[in-house]
Design a protein around this ligand. Structure first.
Ligand code: SAM
Ligand code: SF4
Length: 474
C-alpha cells in the first residue's frame, strides 16, 4: 500500500521501548503509515512511555502538553492528528491519562501493540480508547516484521527482545506490574528475527529482556534453552559479527542455568566482553530490603566467575541511592563495592517512590537532599573509573564496528567492543565493517583514532578470538 499518512513514535526509557517503537512502526506500515522524525507533520504521534521513576512519568505528561499544541495547530489547518500513549505509563495509568488530558485519543498497553491498526481505525471514528489488558495471544507473533528498507535505515546494530516481564518483585520496582510475568520467546523465532536483520545489513545484535539471563525459550529439541545456548546458536547466523545481551540479574547469573552463559564468554568471539549486571546497593541490609535475593559476596562471586571465563570483560551496573532506611554506613558499602569491582560505567539513580510498590509505604524515606548528595559521591567514583578505563586505550588498536557518518566531513563513527563511541576518518563504504583503529585521542565521551586496517570480509562473520587484555580491546 502506498503511504498516505505519517506516524511519529517517540521512545522514553529503556531499550525494550526502542525495540517496541520499531515494531509499532513496522505494524503500522501495511496500514499506510510511514515514519517521520517531525511530530508536527504527523497524523499520528505515539509516545512510548516509561514508568520506572516519577521523573519519567512527569516527562510523559509534559510531552503530551507539547504535542497537544501541535495537534491544535494542525486542527487550525484542517488536519487531524491523533495522539496515542503506549508503554509502561499507559499500562499503569490507563484511563487516568485520558481523564487528565482529553488531547489523548488512545492509550495502549505494552502487550497490545499488534492491535494498533484496529484501535487507530476506531479512534479515527471519534472513540476514546484504553486497551491495557494482557491478551492471550502472543504479541510477538502478531506484530508485523520490518521491511528490508526499514532495517537498513535503522543501522548496523539492532535490538531483539528475547524475554519480557519479571517475576522477581524487587520492592522498589514497577516492572512486574507494568510488563507482567516473565515470558521467553522460542529459539527459532529469535533466530528467524536475527537472520532477517543480518540479511539486510545488521552486524551487531543485542538481545534484550528485563531479566535476559533468566531466558528459557523453547529450543529445537522441545526443551527450554538457556541464554548461553541461544547465543551459541545465534553466533552461527551468517553475517553476525557481534552479540550482546542486557539486562542480567545477578541472582540468575549464579543459578546453574547461567553456567553455559558464563562459559560462552570464554568460547564465543562474537560475544562482546561487556556485561551489564545491576547491583543496586553494596549493603546486604539494603539488598535484603530491596528483595534482590542475593548478597554482596554472591554478587562479587558472579563477577569473579565471569572474569575467570574471560579476562578482558568489563562491567557496568545500575545503582539506587537513598532507598528507604539506607544509612551512611550502607551507602559507604555501595561506594566500596563500586571501588572493588571497578565498573567502567553505571546508571545511578536516586530512589523514586512508586505507588503500589512495597517500598513506597516504608516510613524511613531518605530526605531528597541526602539522596542527591550520595548520588554525587557515587557518580564521582564512577566517572573516575570511566575516565581511567578510556585512558587505558591510548595508543591501543581496537576493533571498531563502523556505524554511520560523523558530523565532520569524511569522518565515520563506530563502536568498540565496550560500546565506546570511536571517531575515525574512513570511506563511507566501510559502514558495517569491522576495522582496526589505533586510538590517538581520548575525549570526554568519545575516542578518536586512525584507521590501521580493514578486516577481510570473512572475519566479519567470524571475528578472531579476542585477546585476554582489557587494554588491547577485542
Ligand atoms: N531487571 C533489571 C535488574 O533487576 O537489575 C533492571 C531493570 S529496571 C527497568 C532498570 C533500573 O531502574 C534498575 O536496575 C534500577 O536501578 C532502576 N530503578 C527501578 N525502579 C526504581 C525506582 N523506584 N527508583 C529508582 N531507580 C529505580
Ligand atoms: Fe524490576 Fe527487580 Fe524485576 Fe529488575 S528484577 S525488572 S529491578 S522487579
Amino acid at each position: 500500500m502506498t503511504s498516505t499518512r505519517k506516524v511519529h513514535v517517540k521512545s522514553f526509557g529503556c531499550q525494550m521501548n526502542v525495540y517496541d517503537s520499531h515494531r509499532m512502526a513496522d505494524t503500522l506500515a501495511p496500514a499506510g503509515y510511514s515514519e517521520t522524525a517531525h511530530p508536527d507533520e504527523a497524523d499520528l504521534v505515539i509516545l512510548n512511555t516509561c514508568h520506572i521513576r516519577e521523573k519519567a512519568v512527569d516527562k510523559v505528561y509534559s510531552e503530551i502538553g507539547r504535542i497537544r499544541e501541535m495537534k491544535e495547530a494542525a486542527a487550525l489547518n484542517g488536519r487531524r492528528m491523533l495522539i496515542a500513549v503506549a508503554g509502561c505509563t499507559a499500562q499503569a495509568e490507563g484511563q487516568e491519562i485520558i481523564r487528565r488530558t482529553d488531547a489523548v485519543d488512545l492509550v495502549v498497553g505494552s502487550q497490545n501493540y499488534h492491535r494498533l491498526p484496529g484501535l487507530i481505525a476506531r479512534a479515527l471514528e471519534g472513540e476514546k480508547i484504553v486497551d491495557t489488558e494482557f491478551p492471550a495471544e502472543d504479541k510477538f507473533d502478531a506484530l508485523a516484521q520490518p521491511s528490508p528498507k526499514a532495517i537498513a535505515k535503522r543501522g548496523v546494530s539492532a535490538f531483539v527482545t528475547v524475554q519480557e516481564g519479571c517475576d522477581k518483585f524487587c520492592t522498589f520496582c514497577v516492572v512486574p506490574y507494568t510488563r507482567g510475568g516473565e515470558v521467553s520467546r522460542p529459539v527459532e523465532k529469535v533466530v528467524a528475527d536475527v537472520e532477517r536483520l543480518t540479511a539486510s545489513g545488521v552486524r551487531e545484535v543485542t538481545l534484550i529482556g528485563q531479566n535476559v539471563n533468566a531466558y528459557h525459550g523453547l529450543g529445537a529439541n522441545g526443551t527450554a534453552a538457556t541464554l548461553g545456548q541461544l547465543l551459541r546458536r545465534l553466533a552461527r547466523v551468517p553475517g553476525i559479527a557481534r552479540l550482546r545481551y542486557m539486562t542480567s540479574h545477578p541472582r540468575d547469573m549464579l543459578s546453574g542455568m547461567c553456567d553455559d552463559l558464563i562459559a560462552a564468554h570464554g568460547d564465543l568471539a562474537e560475544l562482546m566482553p561487556y556485561v551489564h549486571l545491576p547491583v543496586q546497593s553494596g549493603s546486604d541490609r539494603m539488598l535484603a530490603a530491596m528483595n534482590r535475593k542475593h548478597t554482596r559476596s554472591e554478587y562479587l562471586e558472579a563477577i569473579a566467575r565471569l572474569r575467570a571465563a574471560r579476562g578482558d570483560l568489563a562491567f557496568t551496573s545500575d545503582f539506587i541511592v537513598g532507598f528507604p532506611g539506607e544509612t551512611e554506613q550502607d551507602f559507604r558499602e555501595t561506594l566500596s563495592l563500586a571501588e572493588e569491582v571497578n565498573f567502567v560505567t553505571a546508571y545511578t539513580f536516586m530512589y523514586s517512590s512508586r505507588p503500589g510498590t512495597p517500598a513506597a509505604t516504608q516510613e524511613d524515606q531518605v530526605p531528597e537532599a541526602e539522596k542527591a548528595e550520595r548520588l554525587q559521591r557515587l557518580q564521582a567514583v564512577i566517572t573516575r573509573q570511566w575516565r581511567a578505563f578510556n585512558a587505558s586505550f591510548m595508543g591501543q588498536t581496537m576493533n571498531i564496528l563502523l556505524e554511520k557518518p560523523a558530523k565532520l566531513a569524511g569522518q565515520l563513527v563506530g563502536r568498540s567492543p565496550y560500546l565506546q563511541s570511536v571517531h575515525v576518518m574512513a570511506n563511507p563504504e566501510l559502514i558495517g565493517s569491522i576495522v582496526k583503529v589505533t586510538i590517538d585521542e581520548i575525549g570526554t565521551n568519545t575516542l578518536s583514532g586512525t584507521l590501521a586496517k580493514t578486516l577481510p570480509a570473512d572475519t566479519l562473520a567470524k571475528p578472531a578470538r579476542a585477546p585476554a587484555l582489557v587494554t588491547q580491546g577485542a
